[in-house]
Design a protein around this ligand. Structure first.
Ligand code: TYM
Length: 329
């Protein structure tokens, strides 16, 4: 049985990228494996959320996980900050992570470019915290999107280094995972790049139908193919990518044939895409609203999750302390 683990930062609502990149895969694996799924609320501190928003952000992400199909009775579903063993392991791992390698990570370099006014040490050591998240339960498989590939590579590097430095075979090497295929990058509606929380180009699981229609109808396209079987420009290829995720194969085939025959009207494709997105998100959205307001249920879920997560995490931290040489008098 594999140990499967994944997490999502509590910085906003879940979008289709989070769903198809991570949550869907996790949901499909939860019954056959030892599974951990958590709300990465320490990671969200790098962007300095207002204290009055922090708790709501956690509640939002938690409700959306549950609404998307995570079963807290079978998987261990917890909030990162409820497990103090994680920051302890993070501290210990930080001693063997080198500033040079952290500075070279793509995500860190991107942050420097995007938010030069807030390059905090938490951003630099983000991959170390992520490594602690993962190896604290000795996870083998980590369902994530393509954007997390480098963070996973760093996690393996730190785990391998620990084993090597102390001459042990303690930590497993965690692999990024997608159920039966390559890691994916769900595109946004702005023509280029991935769907993201900070990019403002996403469809959220909690979006109302009219919002989805509006966003999709505004999606970037091009002037249309001029000759049969032309290669697609990025914005159009992205719309087809989304169509493949959300529509039936015959719908995709229908629009592909129209594209190849130069008869396509992007407006029709967008209408269809919006309706298929709505059919997909509507039942999830209804559940989100129900769960979000159910204090008692949420309290029960996090209490149960924290207990199970701490049981596994405290064993790891005890072992690591022992390996490092912390012994009782
Ligand atoms: P975050 O919160 O940015 O994203 C959560 C998950 O959603 C995936 N994802 C996507 N997948 C495909 N296409 C997209 N457009 C897309 N956008 C987001 C991400 O790959 C991720 O799997 N550092 C992580 C959170 C984290 C974590 C962990 C994940 C903290 N510790 C340990 C796994 C294991 C993050 O910021 O993800």
């Amino acid at each position: 049985m594999d140990t499967v683990l994944s997490g999502i930062r509590s910085t906003g609502n879940l979008h289709l990228g989070n769903y198809f990149g991570a949550v869907k895969n996790f949901v499909r694996m939860q019954h056959e494996n030892r599974c951990f799924f958590f709300v990465a609320d320490y990671h969200s501190l790098t962007t300095h959320p207002k204290p009055e928003n922090l708790q709501n952000n956690i509640r939002t992400v938690l409700s959306e996980y549950l609404a998307a199909g995570l079963d807290p009775e079978v998987a261990t579903l917890y909030v990162q900050s409820d497990v103090p063993e994680i920051p302890e392991l993070y501290l210990l791992l930080n001693m063997n992570a080198y500033v040079g390698e952290l500075e070279r990570t793509t995500t860190f370099k991107e942050k420097i470019r995007k938010q030069p006014e807030n390059i905090n040490a938490g951003l630099l050591t983000y991959p170390v915290l992520m490594c602690a998240d993962i190896i604290i339960h000795n996870a083998d498989k980590v369902p994530v999107g393509k954007d997390q590939e480098q963070n996973l590579e760093m996690a393996r590097k730190f785990a391998r280094r620990f084993n090597h430095m102390y001459g042990v075979e303690y930590f497993t090497m965690p692999e990024p995972y997608n159920f039966g295929q390559e890691l994916i990058k769900v595109p946004g509606l702005d023509g280029t790049g991935k769907m993201g929380k900070s990019e403002g180009n996403g469809i959220y699981l909690a979006d109302e139908p009219k919002v989805i229609r509006k966003k999709v109808m505004r999606a970037v396209t091009d002037e249309g193919p001029k000759v049969p079987n032309s290669p697609m420009t990025e914005p159009v290829a992205n719309l087809f990518y989304l169509l493949e995720l959300l529509s039936t194969p015959d719908v995709v085939e229908h629009f592909r044939a129209q594209y190849n025959g130069c008869t396509i009207r992007y407006g029709d494709l967008k209408k269809q895409l919006a309706e298929d997105m709505i059919s997909f998100t509507s039942p999830i959205r209804d559940r989100i609203l129900e769960i979000y307001n159910d204090d008692e249920y949420l309290r029960k879920v996090v209490r149960m999750g924290a207990e199970k997560a701490r049981e596994s995490a405290s064993k790891t931290v005890r072992d690591v302390r022992e390996i490092l040489g912390y012994r009782s008098f």
